[in-house]
Design a protein. Structure first.
Length: 340
């Protein structure tokens, strides 16, 4: 887009089962959205067709391509954001070294950009959300896995090849359980949703304690999920509280390492598990002095993410926002409503 121009952009969030896309204005408001199935196990062409079906549906309702300033895409990694390539994501077997940005640019004759969901969501939070007004942002989304993104001086930090920012695979215990990535003791295998559920199930088996978790799981300890742990914690269950306090210890140690390495201006946490842990954010920060060399670690805010389930759509749009294209300065810090 040209200098000074600020048109709506389309944000696309590609997952293993669905494509979510939305029209996003220059203030980060999502005005319309669509969802279509993703053909993850088909041909490369079928995968592309699933993405274009979502984009085409938005364009029909939005006045066509002339109203759109760009198309930003979140896709699972590994990928190369500089070359616009989807390399070999496990849950998108349809694409191997696939030039997604070039294909989208060919079809729509519009600027297109690509990045992973952690990086893109971090940029959306920096531009329009909880990170607005901060220069350096560390973002983490905690759910089934742990993804992260780093924004330094208003730009995503990609590293040499585009593979930087995999904070979920920072190990905090070299004797710990093996993560799906192959490394031992990654924070993902210790503090993600499945890890929380495993810890709760183990405590129920060991202690046989009367816990509301058993009621929530229909009497079957093996059916306990992290969502149930959150429900039990909210209801005052002691075992659930113990599980989440252990999770706080793990996250504080991990974030202490992040602070000593990056010293960001703000830490933002999103995702389903982060929502569950939000009442314990201050407890995480209280642990920082014991987990950091940095003596001013308590000055760094730990904030809940502004964008929830729409983080991928907002993140995709952020990649093509006018402010990013112009490499502008942060806007004043007041989050805007999510929808019109």
């Amino acid at each position: 887009m040209s200098e000074g121009e600020s048109r709506d952009v389309i944000g696309v969030d590609i997952g293993g089962t669905k494509v979510a896309a939305g029209v996003v204005d220059g203030d980060g408001r999502i005005s319309s959205q669509v969802r279509t199935p993703m053909a993850a196990n088909g041909s490369a062409e079928a995968g592309l067709a699933a993405v274009t079906a979502a984009v085409d549906a938005l364009l029909r309702d939005h006045g066509g391509l002339a109203t759109i300033g760009g198309i930003g895409i979140c896709a699972p990694g590994p990928l190369d954001p500089n070359a616009g390539l989807v390399i070999n994501p496990p849950n998108l077997p349809c694409w191997r070294n696939y030039p997604l940005v070039a294909e989208m640019g060919r079809i729509y004759s519009a600027p297109a950009r690509l990045d992973n969901d952690g990086n893109a969501a971090a940029l959306a939070e920096y531009l329009w959300g909880a990170g607005r007004g901060y220069r350096n942002v560390f973002y983490a989304t905690i759910g089934t896995g742990i993804g992260t993104g780093i924004v330094l001086d208003g730009r995503i930090y990609h590293g040499r090849t585009g593979a930087a920012g995999e904070g979920g695979h920072v190990s905090i215990d070299y004797r710990g359980p093996r993560c799906g990535c192959g490394k031992p003791g990654c924070i993902e295998v210790l503090a993600s949703g499945p890890a929380i559920a495993r810890r709760a199930r183990a405590k129920l088996r060991e202690n046989g304690a009367a816990s509301s978790l058993l009621d929530l799981a229909g009497g079957n300890a093996e059916a306990v999920t992290s969502e149930m742990v959150g429900q039990a914690f909210a209801g005052g269950d002691p075992l659930a509280r113990q599980v989440l306090e252990e999770t706080v210890d793990l996250l504080a140690l991990w974030l202490g390492n992040i602070i000593d390495l990056l010293e960001p201006d703000v830490i933002i946490m999103g995702g389903g598990v982060s929502s569950m842990l939000q009442p314990l954010f201050e407890s995480i920060r209280d642990h920082f002095p014991a987990c950091c060399v940095n003596t001013r670690c308590r000055e760094i805010p730990l904030l809940p993410a502004y964008y929830g389930p729409d983080a991928g759509v907002a993140g995709g749009a952020a990649l093509c926002s006018a402010e990013v294209c112009k490499r502008g300065e942060p806007a004043p810090r007041t989050p805007v409503p999510l929808s019109m």
